[in-house]
Ligand binder design. Structure first.
Ligand SMILES: [Zn+2]
Length: 379
């Protein structure tokens, strides 16, 4: 029971990428006994050997606590991670970029080379004089210390408005010098722009995102008068790809095209500078017919990057949170790498048993290619 509840809580907690959630209610245990009973919980010793051999990289995490339990887990799993900064004015712990930045650097430096930083800029400063120059100064300071990427978050397009009440879109010319600077430094832009379709649709308790939007009405676009439609935000994102062909852009959360793999495929075909991470969207992957998703992953095996959206905040109970992290790594790996039966929201899903060559790309090679420097410098 405990193991399943933890997995479900993780799925629900991650959808918004860093806004914190209360734990999900416990799920009921499956009526075990059956030989194909769902497998979940931490790695077994044998599984751990297979996982550590991958040299896995999680390119999407948010860790802001200098916690020995975190470093011990990374070492145990032989796992590198990218620690991503986000400025969130609704979250007291993520409102202040300078504090978050200092916390994250402590974590990166404490990690014995297992973590690297993805920095960000504060978009709420957009109406201040010299916005872009100031943002670039902060980014370049982080680049000089080893930061490998920059995050732009969904509050651009879904939340921040100018004095006239118009939403600031991601392709606003004010951001362009920032994108140019990122490309000039051979760093990567992580773009979490827009959100799942369900955020624009009437409430649906069956949606994987239901708990998220009921807990974050400020981002529930369906209920906000005058909010930009999702396609407008994605078009603005695409303008960045078109205007900056030398900028590597990794679309977080399947590039927010989680419900339409045809649309995602078209984007990957059209924009060679675009790849996507799978963070917090495994439920959408798992909902696809098995043969279809195997075909999709096989075709785009060079453009899909493993990530989780795992979070560790300054006040989190680190040892407990690390159990949840490990369970998620184990559950995701079982789905991608084995034939095991996985349980997702009371639905049984069969693992994809992807070949080793593809697993290695999803977990390692693509991260190295799309995020130069991701393996850091030590050990
Ligand atoms: Zn995130």
């Amino acid at each position: 029971m405990r193991r399943i509840a933890v997995s479900l809580a993780l799925v629900l907690a991650a959808i918004g990428c860093s806004r914190q959630q209360p734990p999900a209610p416990p799920a009921s245990a499956p009526s075990a006994a059956a030989s194909n009973a769902p497998v979940t919980g931490p790695f077994t010793a044998q599984e751990l050997g297979q996982f550590t051999a991958l040299g896995a990289i999680d390119t999407h995490s948010h860790a802001f606590q200098n916690a020995p339990a975190l470093y011990a887990l990374l070492k145990k799993l032989n796992l590198h991670t990218v620690d991503i900064l986000v400025v969130d004015d609704y979250d007291p712990e993520q409102k202040d970029l300078s504090k978050e930045r200092a916390d994250a650097w402590k974590v990166v430096r404490g990690s014995d080379g297992y973590m690297v930083l993805c920095t960000t800029f504060d978009p709420f400063q957009f109406n201040q004089p010299h916005f872009a120059q100031n943002a670039i100064r902060g980014l370049n300071r982080d680049f000089a210390q080893g930061a490998i990427a920059v995050k732009i978050w969904k509050n651009v397009g879904m939340e921040i408005k100018d004095a006239k009440g118009n939403y600031i879109m991601p392709d606003n010319p004010m951001f362009e010098p920032i994108f140019k600077d990122i490309a000039a430094h051979n760093k990567t832009l992580i773009a979490h722009l827009a959100d799942p379709n369900t955020i624009w649709e009437a409430p649906n308790p069956a949606s994987p995102d239901y708990d998220y939007y009921t807990q974050h009405p400020e981002l529930y676009m369906y209920a906000i008068k005058g909010a930009p439609p999702k396609p407008a935000i994605l078009v603005a994102r695409d303008h960045i790809l078109e205007a900056n062909p030398n900028l590597r852009v990794v679309g977080a959360h399947l590039g927010s095209m989680e419900a339409d793999f045809t649309q995602l495929a078209q984007h990957l075909d059209k924009y060679p500078n675009f790849a996507v991470d799978m963070a917090a969207r495994m439920p959408y992957v798992e909902m696809q017919p098995r043969a279809d998703i195997i075909a999709f992953i096989t075709k785009y095996q060079d453009r899909l990057i493993y990530g989780t959206d795992n979070e560790l905040f300054p006040k989190s109970n680190a040892p407990e949170t690390m159990k949840e992290w490990e369970n998620r790594y184990a559950d995701d790996w079982r789905y991608l790498a084995t034939n095991d039966t996985i349980l997702y929201r009371d639905k049984r899903v069969q693992g994809l048993a992807l070949p080793q060559s593809i697993l290695r790309k999803l977990y390692h090679d693509n991260a190295v290619k799309w995020f130069p420097g991701v393996l850091g410098s030590s050990h």
